[in-house]
Design a protein around this ligand. Structure first.
Ligand code: WTA
Length: 646
């Protein structure tokens, strides 16, 4: 990794919110005096119906932390109502459809009225405060309307990414015990339709508690209909009142649950609070993207992921920004799509994932350079490490060597960005997520939890609570404690490996647990294995990650067929299909290596660490294999290893 430093341009320094000394001073304060620091920020960024008794209570040792105790507020009020005086006619959402000819501009006044009407629709469907509502929609304005309508009445939204399968959807609906599902007849991406309603119908065969399904008519195609359960969004909205006073919500009442993969078991429902989450979403959006009034902000993430929640919806709307919601994909109708959209709407801030940048870089510079991109002032990345060469391409070709890049590190659990440069305040090192944000005390520790020296690799942990921190795993406090606080009690375990250099810059290398990032999407190896094991011909399976030039990582599966079953290409394709139907297209297996047996300890545990080394052809230090029940197994696997296309 390079340690080149890109200084901050004079142009950027003139307009930035913070300079380096100001950042350092504020950071010190945020750590030494969190109560006063967060009290001031909470008043600056959020409007409260009733103030708090205590800003930050409890600690990570006892795991009883809370933010803004007994305060009252409403997320939709903060995103909409309070802006109306000044911004009623300002565009809140620019929507760019999959087809470039389809576009919508929705003002703050219009969005406020849509959200209020839909909140009334939800009430009519007997949804009340604390109920869970599943949102399974494409990237259309109705997704934002649905989220904010839930927030307005205090219902907890659970958005499920439209790329997840019926099985995944079912598991999420049941775990959160959702009573209502909002979907579209079909989604549209890259000119192809996605059978969302059909997936819902399939999922609901095993979700008896769901009483109603609200369907947005996105395409003209017919879908099957269950009378008494299904209703068109457009019909319900036509009958709804546009006045709906916002509910008084406790700061510690949950705003949403969002499912994400962990190292073990099925995806867990990450629960976020209302008060702490909103303060953190707003302040990070303001400083990290150096957001100024009137700017057009585009986060390309789908609302089905945390990045879409915090930086396509809540962060920008809290700050009264214009947020661009894009339904399509970067390569349709051609590889200039992102850059054409930037020119079309004069986008100022563009935030995307390294996987998209790598894919577009591969197609050559012409697709970029034939566009103007003059409106851009800042670029951002998120979701996986960005290598220095990809960073430089993004900086020079996309940003014309003019726009700082914020490489933002965070997680579904953290609610908002924890590590990032602050444009204007941080000299940039390509490939580094730079410094901690206000209130974030990050450290690198060894396996015993002791802090390591500068530049030593170790596990990234967070020592103090921050307002955006998850509250718990939905209905599963044990899992919450086990996943994040069991290894080093009193500290939040991120699951990432990293080092910190002698100038305090963090360099994240990737996950150190059984979570894989594929094209920026988070997949648990356990989920993939259990999907493979559902196939009747499979006896055992273990899944590891291998590098992929575009997607960052790819899935490499070791599979042992049942005795008497021939390992054929047809079976391999069935397994790939099985995983796609069980999880979704995001979990497409790249490699299947047939294995007579898998390496196990004498107690019968599959040695995944060893398999990871074999798949990655990292054979020099296989470590101690003396604990293996049958050491020959390893030679066999090495000899049959599949070549990785990097
Ligand atoms: C990875 C996405 C390197 C990391 C917001 C983390 C990153 C996981 C970066 C969380 C980055 C995210 N550099 N790695 N800038 N940002 N990651 O929950 O492994 O989908 O633990 O949240 O993404 O993924 P999640």
């Amino acid at each position: 990794m390079s340690d080149t430093i890109h200084p901050i341009s004079a142009e950027f320094l003139r307009q930035t919110h913070l300079t380096e000394p100001q950042y350092r001073q504020l950071y010190e304060r945020s750590i030494k005096d969190p109560q006063n620091f967060w009290s001031e920020q909470a008043q600056k960024f959020v409007t409260w119906f009733k103030p708090w008794d205590e800003v930050c209570s409890g600690d990570l040792e006892k795991l009883n932390t809370g933010w803004f105790k007994n305060a009252k507020l409403n997320a939709a009020y903060n995103c909409l109502d309070r802006h109306l005086e000044k911004r009623a006619k300002q565009t809140a959402i620019i929507w760019e459809g999959d087809d470039p000819k389809e576009t919508r501009h929705i003002t703050y006044a219009e969005l406020h009225s849509e959200v209020s009407r839909f909140a009334n629709v939800l009430k009519k469907q007997h949804i009340k405060k604390g109920d869970r509502v599943c949102i399974y929609l494409p990237m259309i304005p109705e997704a934002v309307v649905a989220m904010l309508a839930c927030a307005r009445i205090g219902a907890i939204h659970s958005v499920v990414f439209g790329g997840f399968s019926a099985d995944s959807l079912k598991a999420r609906i049941n775990d959160a015990d959702c009573q209502l599902v909002i979907t579209a007849n079909e989604g549209l991406r890259g000119g192809k339709t996605i059978p969302l309603k059909q997936n819902v119908d399939e999922a609901l065969m095993d979700c008896r508690q769901v009483r109603s399904v609200i369907v947005v008519k996105r395409t003209a195609n017919e879908v099957s209909w269950t009378e008494g359960r299904d209703a068109w969004y457009q019909d319900l909205m036509a009958q709804a009142e546009s006045q709906c006073p916002p509910e008084m919500i406790d700061a510690e009442d949950p705003l949403f649950v969002l499912y994400t993969s962990g190292s073990t078991g099925q995806p867990k429902g990450i629960l976020h609070s209302t008060g702490g989450y909103l303060v953190y979403a707003a302040i990070t959006h303001h400083y990290i993207f150096d957001y100024h009034d009137g700017e057009i902000f585009w986060c390309t993430a789908d609302v089905g992921w945390i990045t879409g929640h915090t930086y396509a919806v809540y962060g920008p709307l809290l700050n009264g920004a214009t947020t661009l919601i894009f339904e399509g994909v970067p390569h349709y109708p051609d590889f200039s799509r992102y850059w054409n959209v930037i020119d079309k709407y004069k986008v100022n801030i563009f935030y995307t994932a390294p996987t998209a940048i790598r894919a577009l870089r591969r197609e050559g510079n012409d697709w970029v350079t034939r566009t103007q991109r003059e409106s851009l002032k800042l670029l951002g990345t998120v979701g996986e490490p960005i290598s220095a060469d990809v960073w430089e391409w993004y900086y020079t070709v996309v940003g014309n060597s003019r726009c700082p890049i914020v490489d933002t590190w965070w997680q579904t659990e953290t609610g908002g960005i924890l590590l990032s440069p602050l444009p204007g305040a941080t000299p940039l090192k390509p490939g580094s997520a730079a410094w901690p944000f206000f209130g974030v005390v990050a450290a690198i520790v060894d396996d015993k939890g002791n802090e390591v020296a500068d530049n030593q690799m170790g596990k990234l942990i967070i020592r103090q609570p921050w307002p955006g921190m998850l509250q718990t795993v939905y209905k599963n406090r044990e899992r919450f404690v086990a996943a994040y606080f069991a290894e080093f009690p009193g500290k939040y375990l991120t699951g990432d490996d990293a080092r910190r250099d002698n100038e305090g810059y963090f360099w994240i290398t990737g996950r150190n647990d059984d979570v894989i990032k594929i094209a920026g999407h988070r997949i648990g190896t356990g989920e993939v294995e259990s999907a493979i094991l559902q196939h009747p011909s499979v006896s055992e399976a273990a899944v590891v990650e291998v590098p992929d030039a575009i997607k960052g990582h790819s899935i490499y599966a070791f599979v042992t067929p049942k005795s008497g079953i021939k390992p054929t290409d047809a079976l391999k394709n069935e397994l790939i299909k099985k995983v796609r139907t069980h999880i979704g297209a995001v979990a497409t297996i790249g490699y299947v290596q047939w294995a007579d047996a898998l390496p196990k300890t004498r107690s019968g545990k599959i040695m995944r660490r060893l398999l990871r080394k074999i798949a990655n052809n990292d054979l020099n230090e296989l470590g101690d294999v003396s604990t293996l029940a049958d050491p020959d197994v390893v030679d066999n696997l090495i000899n049959n290893r599949l070549p990785i296309e990097e």
